[in-house]
Design a protein. Structure first.
Length: 202
């Protein structure tokens, strides 16, 4: 009897451990996207980026312990005119030859609220742009769809789906982007919006 009591905690451990689900942010359908807008100045500037990778480890029991990383290929940043795209990727703006990645590395989540499969929080992380890294806070909303990847792909990719959205503002001059551009022509503040879907990693 005593031996049985000693064994029970080890048998129960797998059921007591927090459940963590891992997601791959490289969308098999290729629809993940980031958009950015500069609303001030004499000209409106807007663009997109669609080469997004990364991962999220979602702790279902304690969402605040979740971790993740989002990586955007800087060369995927485009604007309405080819010349504008070339300038944006050039040395005086994003300098994509020397700084090919735009990265957000999650450090912590605060103000976490969970309702069903929906989580809202403030994500605190290191944001790296043009080789400059700064800690920023951004609002995030994450929704887990059980078997969502299976349904979305007709069974080609099986498992859950995680949808993550955010909108936040940065100052381009903090990262050395377009330092020679007049503020009268191009606003310092950049609004970034991102909507991404992650597929469950088996």
């Amino acid at each position: 009897m005593a031996k049985a009591l000693l064994v029970l905690p080890f048998l129960a451990a797998p059921f007591l451990a927090p459940k963590v689900v891992d997601f791959d942010l490289k969308d098999p359908k290729g629809v993940n996207a980031l958009t950015f807008h500069l609303d001030g100045g004499l000209e409106p500037f807007a663009g997109t980026a669609n080469e997004i990778t990364g991962s999220v480890s979602l702790d279902l029991d304690e969402p605040a312990k979740s971790s993740g990383k989002v990586v955007v290929a800087a060369k995927s940043v485009t604007m309405p005119l080819p010349a504008m795209s070339d300038n944006m990727q050039g040395e005086f703006c994003l300098d994509t030859d020397n700084h090919p990645w735009i990265v957000f590395l999650l450090k912590s989540l605060k103000n976490v609220k969970k309702s069903g499969e929906t989580i809202t929080a403030t994500a605190v992380g290191d944001f790296t742009l043009r080789g400059v890294t700064k800690t920023i806070e951004v609002p995030v909303k994450a929704v887990r769809y059980v078997d969502g990847s299976t349904e979305r792909t007709g069974g080609t990719v099986k498992g859950d789906l995680l949808r993550v959205t955010t909108e936040f503002t940065i100052k381009r001059l903090d990262y050395g982007v377009g330092k020679t551009l007049s503020p009268a022509l191009c606003s310092d503040e950049v609004t970034v919006r991102m909507a991404i879907a992650g597929t469950q990693i088996p």
